[in-house]
Design a binder for this molecule. Structure first.
Ligand code: SF4
Length: 318
């Protein structure tokens, strides 16, 4: 496989499909694969890196059994447990990130869904943030009804986060309290009401590389605009505690492959940056053009100013 020729064809408009033989992604030369992904990113997405931050708006006691998650009531972890945060706390945190020049901000809530009083609280907070700040708003509240999506959109949210987590084949190994179709329905409904979609998953949970390819193809087929890639940070007490973490090269091979299959989407580094040297600097030369950042995040392991400095030194615009 001439991977640089393929990158050029993608830049010219070729799109890889499920019917293509994609097995070469597993063992093609990594440096060339990353270089090709970087060329695709540069030509089709430009030189700007998008920064986003999140606040955990409601934590713990989740009814779902996602194997990796510290917030599931099925697992025994020392995660903080609290109800929906006070509105002022969210507004203050959003203002901080807006002033720091972060581009997107999201409330994330634990739980299967968001409804009733907590949905009202979220919509009220989104409305205030939309009116006060220029930061773009995202939301991540589990499996929602169409009405709830409309409420979020009317409150100023522009993008909905709904990870598919892994491939359709592997999903039942990760979660059995909801299914892959619930995720796909969420993506379809969010698009239907006019929201952009941020959907990716977690790598390193015991899946095959083919599962990651399948995941990237699914996201391409549903024209997902933003794809967060988390490398598993195993948490003791969850179903993933004790799993060996991925190597930096394995993460880079994955981000680069995602760029070939989703050439115009934002490929977003999320949890697990700490597993890579210099907070994942090489990944920004392997197809990545967005990242989660934040001064309070423990999973990314770095803060906003450090991220900005690193990205500028790599030649990116913020
Ligand atoms: S639904 Fe969300 S909060 Fe609940 S266990 Fe799954 S990932 Fe964790």
């Amino acid at each position: 496989m001439d991977i640089l020729k393929l990158a050029d064809e993608i830049i010219q408009g070729k799109r890889l499909k499920r019917t293509d033989d994609l097995s070469f992604f597993k063992n093609v030369d990594l440096d060339e694969l990353c270089h090709g992904a970087d060329l695709i990113r540069e030509k089709l997405c430009g030189n700007r890196v998008e920064l986003c931050s999140i606040i955990n708006g409601r934590s713990g006691r989740c009814s779902e059994n996602c194997k990796f998650c510290a917030q599931s009531a099925h697992h025994h972890t020392d995660v903080q447990v609290y109800d929906f945060l006070a509105e002022e706390k969210i507004i203050d945190d959003c203002e901080y990130h807006d002033k720091k020049g972060v581009h997107r901000y999201s409330i994330v809530t634990a739980g299967r869904t968001l409804e009733g009083e907590d949905l009202e609280k979220a919509c009220k907070a989104y409305k205030r943030m939309y009116e006060k700040f220029s930061i773009k708003l995202c939301a991540s509240h589990g499996i929602l009804t169409k009405d709830a999506f409309i409420r979020l959109k009317d409150s100023g949210v522009s993008m909905y986060h709904e990870n598919i987590e892994t491939s359709k084949r592997n999903f039942p190994n990760i979660c059995t309290t909801h299914n892959f179709e619930d995720k796909i329905n969420g993506i379809k409904l969010a698009h239907e009401v006019g929201l952009s979609v941020c959907s990716g998953g977690i790598i390193g949970m015991g899946e095959f590389f083919e599962d990651r390819i399948d995941m990237a193809l699914t996201l391409a087929e549903f024209e997902v605009e933003s794809i967060p890639i988390n490398a598993l940070m195993p948490i003791e007490g969850t179903g993933c505690g004790g799993i060996e973490v991925l190597s930096e090269n394995e993460i880079l091979r994955t981000t680069a492959m995602f760029r070939y299959l989703n050439p115009e989407s934002s490929i977003r580094l999320a949890a697990g940056r700490i597993l890579m040297e210099n907070s994942g600097a090489k990944a920004f030369k392997a197809g990545v053009n967005a990242t989660i950042t934040g001064d309070m995040l423990t999973t990314s392991g770095n803060n906003i100013d450090e991220d900005k400095d690193m990205l500028i030194s790599l030649g990116f615009e913020i």
